[in-house]
Design a protein around this ligand. Structure first.
Ligand SMILES: C[S@@+](CC[C@H](N)C(=O)[O-])C[C@H]1O[C@@H](n2cnc3c(N)ncnc32)[C@H](O)[C@@H]1O
Length: 245
């Protein structure tokens, strides 16, 4: 029997809806790679995740990882942020792909009350965020108030203890510039920020350690070294300009 025009219209609408939803998920995934301002769609593997949370951070955040702020720039499916909360940290993921953000939030809910309370996934372009500080939004505050009644809810911006990135090599230079600028504007020499880059070194910085292609840096040490170089250059007057009596 021939398909009725009404049925054909409905089928067309369903196909159009499926294509739109598919494209909405696909385009944000490949667009950053196509535009070369994003990162490839790989996720940190189990071995490296384990290295970060069982070896690298326990040493660098000694005596305790509890309550420290872990920010993942481009959090993908949210695995690192969820691991951070599993180790007692507070985790924030900045991610520009809506589907990843929704999936990560769902994973946080499924992981239980405490994970849900301590993990936040924000849909945004991390280049437009302050990287060294995170100010909890209204919805984050509400969620924490609801899930952990009785605990003190922070409305102030909180300084990051760990910044993680798994990006492309050409992102490392702008990332370094942004981190250095933010530190210069608002330094806090009383504490450090651990910067971990998966797979790509940050040119011009000296890593504290490199393990299985995880490049680990201390931002404070980088800035101190830079300061030393600047001070040294300014205080040592070149021989030909030295005053003569
Ligand atoms: C290589 S994946 C890494 C995911 C996760 N951090 C991990 O290590 O498993 C990079 C992620 O960064 C996201 N991304 C790329 N550029 C971004 C930007 N400017 N702002 C927010 N997210 C971005 C991509 O959508 C992708 O999910």
């Amino acid at each position: 029997m021939a398909e009725q025009p009404q049925e054909r219209k409905c089928t067309g609408l369903v196909v159009a809806a499926v294509c739109t939803i598919g494209l909405a998920g696909f385009v944000p995934c490949v667009w950053p790679v196509l535009r070369r301002n994003g990162a490839p769609l790989h996720f940190t593997n189990a071995n490296r995740t384990n290295l970060i949370f069982s070896q690298i951070l326990p040493k660098l955040l000694s005596p305790s990882m509890k309550g420290r702020l872990f920010i993942d720039l481009g959090s993908g499916d949210g695995r690192l942020v969820l691991q951070a909360t599993a180790h007692g940290m507070r985790g924030v993921g900045y991610e520009n792909n809506l589907w990843f953000v929704l999936g990560s939030r769902l994973s946080a809910v499924r992981a239980g009350r405490m994970t849900w309370a301590n993990a936040s996934f924000l849909r945004c372009n991390f280049w437009k965020q302050s990287l060294l500080k995170h100010r909890p939004g209204k919805s984050e505050q509400l969620k924490q108030r609801w899930l952990t009644p009785g605990t003190k809810i922070t409305t102030e911006a909180v300084r990051a203890d760990v910044i993680m990135i798994y990006g492309l090599g050409h992102l490392m230079h702008p990332l370094r510039t942004k981190l250095e600028e933010e530190w210069r504007i608002d330094p806090d020499p009383s504490r450090d920020v651990v910067v971990i880059s998966n797979s790509f070194a940050i040119e011009g910085w000296t890593p504290l350690t490199v393990q299985d292609q995880l490049f680990v840096y201390s931002l404070k040490a980088q800035m101190r070294d830079k300061q030393d170089v600047i001070t040294h250059t300014h205080t040592s007057t070149p021989a030909h300009t030295q005053p003569t009596n």
